[in-house]
Design a protein around this ligand. Structure first.
Ligand SMILES: [Zn+2]
Length: 311
């Protein structure tokens, strides 16, 4: 069975020059994966997603907030809650990104492992945007699994350097979704929410300390909670050269982190949907190379596990 990778050319939209969010990174990542030979491989299957529907979004987001999201908020200040300038194109690309994570879930249920070349917008709340996140794709997709597939134990492994505060808050009273967040103590959001398990690590955390912590945290949750499905937010803003993160992981450390999480899930035969999460280098080639580690780790693993059994 081939490794499904979900991508839409519309993930990157027209964007104001000099805006701190690297909107073009989704396109550059796609190009990077081509350069790495992902197009020519017969063990990779590219899937083009559809935009998320209102029905799917309403399981997580309030109708009032969705109306403001679709139509544009009337702004009284220059700073919007998301940090983004609202436009119809931004709405469309955001719906594609959430639709991409939904397609990733479907593909992961079939194949055991699937990746979205976007996603991980974990700061968005049910009723508001925050920190470059308008809609919470992880929450929308988890609610989809609860409602449409009747799953009862879903784990969100959030390794972005920023705490997954929106996801934590959305699922604060939902025992069927377990949220694990490893994040920088000193990073945004400065008012943290309570995940089911939070691990705040200090400034400067490097590969070995990080990977040891991840192993220590993840294994007991897999054993005790016994998830039927795992979301993996593989944010690369933990990298030493990231503009917004305070950690010091190397590119090799990213690969080892991603390989570890995916391997742990696949070894237990738990389907896993990976999303790329945050990453904020102005050097888009360097940034795409960091995000590409998730895809390289998945491909290496998929050739080991992908052809085994019904998954
Ligand atoms: Zn982040």
């Amino acid at each position: 069975m081939s490794l499904p990778i979900i991508h839409h050319p519309g993930y990157s939209c027209e964007w104001p020059e000099g805006h701190p969010f690297p909107m073009a990174k989704f396109r550059v990542l796609r190009e990077r994966l081509s350069a790495l030979g992902f197009d020519a491989r017969d063990d990779v299957r590219w899937i083009t997603p559809s935009p998320a529907t209102s029905g799917a979004l309403l399981r997580t987001h309030t109708a009032d907030y969705l109306q403001r999201f679709y139509l544009g908020e009337v702004l009284t200040t220059r700073r919007t809650p998301s940090g983004f300038p609202w436009s119809p194109a931004l709405v469309e690309r955001t719906l594609l990104e959430v639709g991409g994570t939904l397609a990733t879930v479907e593909a992961a249920l079939e194949s055991g492992l699937a990746l979205n070349s976007a996603g991980g917008t974990h700061h968005a709340y049910a009723d508001r945007a925050s920190g470059y996140c308008l809609l919470n794709d992880l929450a929308v997709a988890a609610r989809y699994l609860l409602a449409q597939h009747g799953l009862e134990r879903i784990l969100v492994v959030d390794c972005d350097v920023h705490q997954g505060d929106g996801t934590a808050w959305i699922f604060r009273d939902e025992p069927r979704v377990f949220t694990l967040s490893l994040h920088g103590e000193a990073n945004f959001p400065f008012e943290k929410r309570r995940s089911d398990r939070d691990v705040a690590l200090p400034r400067g955390t490097g590969d070995n300390a990080y990977l040891a912590c991840l192993a220590r945290e993840l294994d007991p949750i897999l054993t005790d909670f016994r998830p039927q499905f795992v979301f993996f937010d593989a944010g690369v803003d933990v990298h030493a050269d990231d503009r917004l993160g305070h950690f010091s992981l190397s590119t090799d450390g990213l690969y080892r982190r991603d390989a570890f999480v995916l391997e742990r899930c696949r070894r237990l035969d738990v389907p896993v949907a990976g999303v790329i999460g945050g990453g904020y280098d102005r050097d888009l080639e360097a940034l795409a190379d960091r995000h590409a580690q998730l895809f390289l780790a998945a491909l290496a693993l998929h050739s080991r596990f992908g052809r085994k059994g019904p998954g």
